[in-house]
Design a protein around this ligand. Structure first.
Ligand SMILES: Cc1cc2nc3c(=O)[nH]c(=O)nc-3n(C[C@H](O)[C@H](O)[C@H](O)COP(=O)(O)O)c2cc1C
Length: 136
C-alpha cells in the first residue's frame, strides 16, 4: 500500500544555510534509497514537507523520526492518506532541496500540472504549497 503525508512545522533554532543544505541532502539521499519521493521546502523558518512511498516506511519515518526531531517544532499534519500512485516518482529528486526562485517556479508549474490530473490530494497539496511559497 502506498501512503502520503503532508505537514508543516517551524524551525526550532536558526540553522545556517549550509546546515539546511546538509539536512536537505541527507533527506534526499535517505529517501531515494528507500523509494520515498516528495518535496521538502523551507521558507522563513517554516518547513512544508510532502512525502510518499511504502506505507510502513512512510509512517515509520514520520512517527519515529521526523516528529521526534528536535530541529523543528509545532508540527501540524495537513493530511495523511493512502494513494494509488507515487505522484513524484520519476520526478527530480532534487526537489527536496528547493531553495531558489527558478526551482520554486518550476515546482509551481509542476504542481499546477498535477492539479489537472483530477486528484483531490494533489489539488490540496498544490494549494498548500502555493500559499506556503507566497508567504515568504
Ligand atoms: C524538517 C525535517 C524533515 C526531515 N525529513 C526527512 C526525510 O524526508 N527523510 C529522512 O530520512 N529524514 C528526514 N529528516 C531527518 C529525521 O528527522 C532524522 O533525523 C533522520 O531520519 C535520522 O535518521 P537515522 O536515525 O537513520 O540516522 C527530517 C528532519 C527535519 C527536521
Amino acid at each position: 500500500m502506498l501512503y502520503s503525508i503532508c505537514y508543516v512545522s517551524t524551525l526550532s533554532n536558526t540553522l545556517e544555510d549550509n546546515e539546511l543544505k546538509e539536512l536537505f541532502d541527507f533527506c534526499s539521499s535517505k529517501n531515494i534509497s528507500k523509494g520515498i519521493t516528495g518535496v521538502l521546502l523551507h521558507n522563513s523558518g517554516n518547513f512544508l514537507q510532502y512525502f510518499e512511498g511504502d506505507e510502513v516506511r512512510i509512517k515509520e519515518l514520520y512517527y519515529s523520526k521526523i516528529k521526534k526531531d528536535t530541529r523543528h517544532k509545532n508540527i501540524i499534519t495537513l493530511f495523511e492518506k493512502t494513494i494509488d500512485v507515487q505522484y513524484f516518482t520519476g520526478y527530480e529528486a532534487g526537489f527536496t532541496s528547493i531553495i531558489g526562485e527558478n526551482q520554486t517556479r518550476s515546482l509551481r508549474s509542476y504542481l499546477n500540472l498535477l492539479n489537472y490530473l483530477d486528484s483531490a490530494e494533489m489539488e490540496a497539496l498544490s494549494k498548500t504549497v502555493n500559499s506556503f511559497l507566497s508567504a515568504g
